[in-house]
Write a protein that binds this ligand. Structure first.
Ligand code: NAG
Ligand code: NAG
Ligand code: NAG
Ligand code: NAG
Ligand code: NAG
Ligand code: NAG
Ligand code: NAG
Ligand code: NAG
Ligand code: NAG
Ligand code: NAG
Ligand code: CU
Length: 792
């Protein structure tokens, strides 16, 4: 069967059911099992000193250690421990998805500030009620943990502005639906054989597959639940090309209710033509006028291995960065707490969204309480229903369980410090090893420099990167947080992997023609992030500075002068806080504290600005697919008052009922003051993606990336970059060097063992995924892979 399975998703907890596209299965060719090797070496986390006594005859000591960093506090944002989760799942064995309930900020802040007790730990449990005519998911909170006679199970409603943490499931019978689609296919088998040289029987070996668009259509008046489903040839090679191979023939089904005998076909679509019934479609097909195109077969155009001819000199090992003296940062792996130079922060990790950062302190003071992705939208459009109906809200599939092991030396430098991530599935914890990497990197250009009459100086641009990659079916999202010595934090997402293409037929207004029958289907990516800045405390304001053209009369000038000036203002309330980046980026925004002006009277703050040309909001206004479930995607930036009852801008199962989402972001805006209040920003990363032939075989991270930069504004009296001693100054007198200063920094002069720059890829753990992503088959959940019971 090939239907989205919220039911099973919930049952399996995080079953990584699908993909950014439900059409396409990952191709697990028979006999090509994921490589799985026993773990042969624990990953060491070491904190090292920079050795200043190295010289070119000694060898680098990259493994020297200091004491491992100890977090001063416990990570109250860390995932539940195995024991905590087990205690909750034992509480009631219908609880199938268990995760940390994020503590309220009002409870967490006193603890983080050393002024209050550690907040009680609560878990969030999602229960599926399946044995009913109207199956649903319901959220509960269980706590305090560990389970004692004080622990209670209560409905969890307060984070959900629908008023209740409950979501109807309209397609709770994926197995039956698979059979239904096979029945439909049987009714047009002769046509499928002619068009595709194969039919669909609901077996993994079928030469064609059929998958629904996401989300389902729910008729607000009749309650009818319908779905468009498009036939797609199955890949024939080992590459993950399923999302490129579209068949163009789509059928609409009515799957209302749980009695499959009442389900029906509502029409067919092909090449710009709609047929109301199967009979109409069949007679049109056979009457001699019907035109169809053989879909482009799988082939070299989707292969990602290098093709000839090789580039000149490309066989010579390229430059590579090294870490000559071990990491210069500390990691408390128990608490997932990081300290680097003057920064410290906690890492949290959830099923829905993967990495989030908490309590980011810089030079001893909190600047960010919370920073993390909330939801990732990919909204397609097309002449035909298959593409037009596609709008993925990917936290449904889960960024956590889809964060796989990183490829050492490629995804991150081989010297990177790796962390594992874990998630729960059928009351067991599963782990993906080495799925978060942390490393320092030289940007390759200096952070600052100057040449003057008698000196030149340059400062290295060394920064700390935290990175993970989540592969949702066809797409690979790389998430990155980078910390710089100038006090700025760069938040980046990059996309690679296979595009979700469309069939090239009557589709020229919706994409480029990129292969015989393939359109690079246009779509918008919008990834919403929460940024809770706290500047010298929680009472902050949102300052706006416009640069505006003006004509001014100055007493010293002979005539009016056409020039420009500043217009400084504040966004007073939530009524004005839905913001788009101004044309020509003529307005900048910063969260400032008006109560703590600096000695010049300026308000210290942190500015937020786009770091790349790509920082899209959704083009579509009031999306018919998504209705109220993606209101966060409509602008570039939002500011609201912080509320314990508004912890997240989205809910993972919103695509099950887009008109009535459990979290409707629009309801966050109720005119409240933004003047010296606890502010939360939401910003969007993303891009308008119009794939062209350069997206074949894969979209490239180099262009498909989006960054927002959070940087200090009047926060320090001068740039903190000046503190790093990784700086050189050459003093000269005419042509004579009279002095070279390195301020106590020393280049590593030791002999380096270059084998450290190459990770042992034979020890990659390819198989921690326990449920195939798409299509998910409950009767064969481990299809194409072997279950790993022992990891974690
Ligand atoms: C990651 O998991 C492996 C296998 O269980 C373990 O050996 C290693 O210590 C873990 N790493 C961390 C940082 O916890
Ligand atoms: C360089 O290293 C060698 C071998 O460790 C040592 O004998 C020598 O003193 C070192 N020289 C300097 C200048 O540090
Ligand atoms: C968090 O705050 C909300 C709103 O005040 C409250 O209803 C809820 O009980 C709090 N959650 C916890 C775990 O204390
Ligand atoms: C909870 O259990 C403790 C002992 O484990 C007992 O002292 C206490 O009275 C119990 N409280 C309630 C409300 O039952
Ligand atoms: C599929 O067709 C068979 C044979 O006609 C029928 O018995 C069965 O009920 C159908 N199932 C569904 C889900 O349509
Ligand atoms: C049709 O499919 C069969 C296998 O199912 C294959 O042997 C045959 O070569 C295919 N024909 C064409 C024209 O691709
Ligand atoms: C064939 O089918 C097409 C599409 O339904 C229709 O427009 C056309 O009139 C039909 N031609 C004949 C000869 O039936
Ligand atoms: C300056 O900004 C304020 C607030 O946005 C606005 O009302 C005013 O018109 C602006 N002034 C100019 C000269 O643009
Ligand atoms: C969105 O479109 C629907 C259907 O046309 C309409 O009922 C609704 O009022 C619109 N909502 C907004 C916010 O424009
Ligand atoms: C690489 O890893 C494999 C699998 O764990 C192991 O057999 C092999 O010895 C390792 N090679 C090196 C050079 O460490
Ligand atoms: Cu894209």
């Amino acid at each position: 069967m090939r239907i989205l399975s919220p039911a099973l998703l919930a049952i399996s907890g995080l079953a990584a059911v699908a993909s950014a596209s439900p059409f396409y299965m990952k191709n697990f060719a028979p006999g090509k099992k994921p490589i799985r090797k026993p773990i042969d070496k624990p990953v060491a986390f070491k904190n090292a000193v920079l050795h200043t006594d190295q010289n070119s005859t000694g060898s680098c000591d990259a493994s020297s250690t200091l004491s491992t960093t100890k977090s001063p506090l416990q990570n109250i944002f860390a995932a539940l421990t195995e024991e905590e989760a087990a205690s909750v799942t034992n509480w009631d064995n219908v609880i199938v998805l268990v995760e940390l309930l994020q503590p309220n900020k009002s409870d967490a802040l006193p603890y983080l500030n050393g002024e209050g007790p550690k907040p009680d730990r609560y878990s969030k449990a999602t229960i599926q009620f399946q044995a009913t005519l109207e199956p649903y998911l319901k959220e509960f909170m269980v706590g305090p943990l560990p389970v004692s006679n004080e622990t209670t199970l209560q409905p969890l409603d307060y984070p959900f502005n629908k008023g209740v943490g409950m979501q109807r499931i309209y397609n709770a019978d994926p197995e039956q639906y698979g059979i239904f689609l096979a029945n439909i296919s049987a009714s047009v088998e002769d046509i499928l054989m002619e068009m595709f040289n194969g039919t669909y029987t609901n077996s993994p070996d079928d030469p064609i597959t059929i998958g629904p668009s996401d989300p389902l259509w729910i008729d607000d008046k009749t309650g009818a639940v319908t779905s468009w489903n498009e036939y797609t040839p199955s890949p024939t090679g080992m590459y993950g090309t399923g999302s490129l191979l579209r068949g163009g023939l789509a059928v609409r089904t009515d799957l209302t209710g749980r009695d499959p005998s009442k389900w029906s076909v509502l029409g067919w679509y092909y090449n710009g033509e709609f047929f109301k019934t199967t009979d109409e479609f069949k007679s049109a097909f056979h009457n001699g006028t019907f035109e169809y195109f053989k879909p482009t077969p799988d082939g070299d155009w989707g292969v990602t291995a290098p093709n000839a001819p090789a580039l000149p000199h490309d066989e010579i090992p390229p430059p590579v960065s090294v870490q000559p003296a071990g990491p210069r940062f500390g990691v408390d792996t128990e608490e997932t707490y990081i300290e680097w130079m003057d920064y410290s922060f906690f890492i949290g990790f959830t099923r829905d969204t993967g990495i989030r950062l908490f309590d980011i302190k810089y030079k001893g003071e909190r600047i960010v309480y919370e920073l993390g992705m909330q939801e990732a939208l990919a909204h397609y459009a097309g002449m035909g229903p298959g593409q037009s109906a596609l709008s993925f809200l990917d936290s449904y599939y889960g960024f956590g369980p889809n964060a796989f092991e990183l490829v050492g030396g490629y995804d991150c430098p081989a010297y990177a410090t790796m962390l594992n991530t874990s998630f729960y599935w059928r009351e067991a914890r599963r782990s993906h090893q080495n799925s978060i990497c942390i490393f320092e990197l030289d940007a390759g250009y200096p952070a600052a420099r100057h040449t003057a009459l008698n000196y030149v100086y340059a400062t290295k641009n060394v920064h700390l990167v935290v990175r993970s990659v989540s592969t949702l079916g066809n797409y690979d999202y790389m998430f990155e947080y980078a910390f710089f010595h100038d006090g700025s934090i760069h938040v980046t997402v990059r996309a690679s992997g296979y595009i979700a293409a469309a069939f090239w037929a009557a589709n020229a207004d919706y994409g480029f023609h990129i292969q015989d029958t393939v359109s690079g289907s246009m779509h918008d990516h919008v990834l919403n992030y929460k940024l809770d800045l706290d500047i010298h405390g929680t009472k902050n304001s949102l300052m706006k500075v416009d640069v505006i053209p003006t004509t001014e009369n100055y007493p010293w000038a002979d005539e009016p002068r056409n020039t420009m000036k500043l217009n400084k203002s504040f966004i007073a309330t939530e009524d004005d806080s839905k913001i788009n980046w101004a044309p020509n980026l003529a307005s900048s925004y910063a969260v400032v504290n008006k109560d703590t002006p600096n000695k010049w009277g300026e308000y210290p703050g942190y500015r937020i600005s786009p770091g790349t040309a790509n920082t899209a909001h959704l083009t579509i206004i009031n999306s018919t697919n998504l209705k109220n479930s993606a209101r966060f995607a409509e602008h570039h930036l939002y500011a609201v008052q912080q509320k314990d009852t508004e912890p997240r801008s989205a809910y993972p199962f919103s695509s099950l009922d887009p008109a009535r989402p459990v979290v409707d972001f629009d309801k966050f805006f109720d005119g409240e003051s933004l003047d010296q209040e606890d502010l939360v920003l939401y910003f969007n990363l993303g891009m308008h993606h119009v794939p062209d032939t350069q997206d074949l075989p894969n979209t490239v991270f180099t262009t498909a990336q989006s960054t927002v930069i959070i940087s200090p504004q009047n926060y320090f009296l001068q740039n903190p970059i000046r503190q790093t001693i990784q700086q050189a100054e050459v003093d000269y007198d005419l042509e004579t060097v009279v002095g070279v200063q390195t301020f106590g920094s020393e280049p590593a002069m030791c002999a380096y063992d270059m084998s450290n720059t190459a990770a042992n890829l034979s020890s990659y753990h390819g198989g921690d995924l326990v449920v195939r992503k798409w299509p998910y088959d409950p009767s064969n959940p481990f299809f194409g892979m072997t279950e790993v019971e022992t990891i974690g």
